[in-house]
Design a protein around this ligand. Structure first.
Ligand SMILES: [Zn+2]
Length: 104
C-alpha cells in the first residue's frame, strides 16, 4: 500500500526539495519522537492502523529524505510531503505550503 496518489506526479517534480524541512525537526516539533533516532532512522507511531494509538511505534521514517514505511500495516510514502499528508489528510499543495516548502 503506497500513499502517493498519481495525480500529484507533475507537481511533485516541481517542489524545491531543498526547501523542505529536515525530517528530524519536523517530527520533533509535532511531538512524534517517542524514542531517540538510530542512525538515519527513527520509529514513530503509525497513524494508519489501530486508530493511530500504538504502544510500540511500528513506522520507520528515514531522517535523510523523510521516506517512510509502517512495518505493521505497510503504508508507505516517498518523502516528508507524503508523511505530512498521511498525518493531516491535507492535499498535496496544502502540504507543501504547510511545510513551508516552495515550488521551483
Ligand atoms: Zn501502520
Amino acid at each position: 500500500m503506497s500513499f502517493n496518489p498519481q495525480p500529484d506526479r507533475g507537481l511533485r517534480r516541481k517542489v524545491d526539495r531543498q526547501s523542505l524541512p529536515a525530517p528530524l525537526g519536523y517530527l520533533r516539533i509535532r511531538g512524534l519522537l517517542k524514542r531517540p533516532p538510530r542512525a538515519e532512522w527513527v520509529s514513530i507511531c503509525c497513524p494508519s492502523h489501530n486508530g493511530g494509538d500504538e504502544k510500540n511505534p511500528s513506522m520507520r521514517v528515514n531522517l535523510v529524505d523523510g521516506h517512510f514505511k509502517c512495518l505493521a500495516c505497510g503504508v508507505s510514502g516517498g518523502d516528508l510531503i507524503a508523511l505530512h499528508r498521511l498525518l493531516t489528510g491535507v492535499s498535496f499543495v496544502a502540504a507543501v505550503r504547510e511545510l513551508g516548502a516552495r515550488f521551483q
